[in-house]
Design a protein around this ligand. Structure first.
Ligand code: 13P
Length: 249
């Protein structure tokens, strides 16, 4: 059985003070929760606050992006080593908002994935189709392409910590959720690509999360699917009570 991972992607929300307030409320509610892994991904400037607040608990802290170089003249960027130096353990890579608004490509996603794995971070690689692609029947092609290019040149051994999140772009922040069956179908495509790239054992242990308008009232239906290994939650993760309800699906 794959242990489910419930990840909060806060996007560009919360100051340090708001981050501390969230953890003050959330940590006691998460203290006894060992069924699933929990990770909170706040903005960069809140990471240290989150790491401090989560220390001694089993709640992990992740970043929302990283740069593939170790250091250098890359204004505004953050490296994997900078993240691990403050005990950040996870990193979201290739979120559709970064692909859409910040010119992230399959190639940069591949470089980021490689460097995250090299540095011992657990990457949460995001893939997913936009509405026009789904309507044109291209969902499988898009998922295949994104996976093949992201996995390019990475060995199964190196990829051990890989986690993938299927996030249909049309479901993000729209209140439209993929049905559990739609998510399952997409996850099977992704798992197949992982098998092609890394082998059957790897594919069977790979965790594939669903993301896109996960809320307290739809979390149970999604999480009861054996093929869905967790959730990547945006809006509904900002409130500790709402995220706790999702955690307790
Ligand atoms: P919402 O849960 O707000 O739809 O966001 C999903 C998401 O993009 C998580 O990465």
């Amino acid at each position: 059985m794959r242990k489910k991972l419930l990840a909060a992607n806060w996007k560009m929300y919360k100051t340090q003070e708001q981050t501390a307030n969230f953890f003050r409320e959330f940590i006691p509610m998460a203290a006894a929760h060992t069924r699933d892994e929990i990770v909170i991904c706040p903005p960069f400037v809140d990471l240290q606050t989150a790491v401090n607040a989560a220390s001694g608990s089993h709640v992990a802290v992740g970043a929302q992006n990283l740069h593939w170089e170790k250091e250098g003249a890359f204004t505004g960027e953050i490296s994997a080593g900078m993240l691990t130096s403050i005990h950040v353990t996870h990193v979201i890579i290739g979120h559709s908002e970064r692909r859409q608004y910040f010119n992230e490509t399959d190639d940069t996603v591949n470089r980021k994935l490689e460097v995250a794995l090299e540095n011992g971070l657990t990457p949460i690689l995001c893939v997913g189709e936009v509405l026009e692609e789904r309507e044109a029947g291209l969902t499988e092609d898009v998922l295949r392409r994104q996976c093949v290019r992201a996995f390019n040149g990475i060995s199964a051994k190196k990829a051990a910590k890989l986690t993938v999140a299927y996030e249909p772009v049309w479901a993000i922040g729209t209140g439209k959720t993929a049905t559990p069956q739609m998510a399952v179908d997409a996850h099977l495509v992704i798992r197949h690509e992982a098998e092609e790239a890394f082998g059957e054992d790897f594919a069977q242990s790979l965790r594939i999360l669903y993301g896109g308008s996960v809320k307290p009232d739809n979390a149970s239906a999604l999480m009861s699917e054996r093929e869905i290994d967790g959730a990547l939650v945006g809006g509904a993760s900002l409130d500790p009570i709402s995220f706790t309800k999702i955690m307790n699906y």
